[in-house]
Design a protein around this ligand. Sequence first.
Ligand code: MG
Length: 384
Amino acid sequence: MKKRLVLLGASGSIGRQTIDVVLQHPDLYEITALSVGRNIAELKRILSEVSVKDVCVIEEAAMRSLQEEYPDIRFCCGDEGLLRLAEMDYDLLVNALVGFAGFAPTLRAIETGHDVALANKETLVVGGELIKKALQQYGRKLYPIDSEHSAIFQCMQGNDAKNIKRLIITASGGAFRNKSRDELADVTAAEALAHPNWSMGDKITIDSATMMNKGFEVMEAHWLFDMDYDRIDVLMHAESVIHSMVEYIDHSVIAQLGAPDMRLPIQYALSWPDRFELHQDEPLDLAKIGTLHFAAPDTDRFPLLKLAYDTGRKGGNLPAVMNAANESANAAFRKGIIPFLKIEEIIIGAVNSAEYKEIRDVDDLLEADAWGTAYADKIIRGEE
Ligand code: MG
């Protein structure tokens, strides 16, 4: 039996690489439904490669014209459409959406009895507690697609989680890892988008340059592996060859290494506990690389990493506020509206100004998200 996948965010970087993995194993996997945002040209290209039954797009007008062009496919649209795909009959949801938009479909998929392969880290950053409760209640599993978390998951195989001393998440440091704080003042979005090691979507590449991404990954690890923040460390590792490590109580450190190719963590999330062949043009060649570098992270230079630890420990609505402020500030920097260092100023300001509230349900989360967005947008518009 083929594993039937629903793929959310099919036209993004992770989405396209997921399709590539599926096309490498047509006997093992099939995509029965997918979503894209506004990139209809890319959707049409995808539909020429894979045959799916259901498709969700953002806009209603696009949905109507697509429905005429592809009468054999059922189309739906908007947030409601994403939830509809999440509820269908299939084996595994691959969530490659970007941002807070990924949360609700993840929760709905779990609540309707599905396992989820998660590339949307914001889901756990904002609503880790709700997701964890739902996983327990409905007896479902979450498989990490983020390369660091896939590495940790791989390093845990065959070991008892109770014997873990700490998780070591590696960080390339992003596009500006060699710049001083003074130099960071006038870097541009174009410079930030040239990530040295990984080819990723625009939003996450900026998050890498600010280290917000690494902060999110610490929080993601906290929820995925049920680990205290005191037992999650970040280690600078410029080459991105070691994707992360696990130290056990006997001080044995197990690492996962590989070429910087997201198709491996994607495929492992689909194939676990098995492994299948994966074609890579340039598999890891350590002799060619020669030297690996490591250093402790400098939280003075990248304060968002420290903020993520502090905010994760406080919990409640604050992670959702932090994420919302980041989404607005990240987008404003990409549009050239605010300078690079303003991003962290906005996010830190949002978290410090927010009043702590508990998150009991999705409505609380939406409220926290709206508050963080409004706070950030006000500063971006120059009203404060
Ligand atoms: Mg990552």
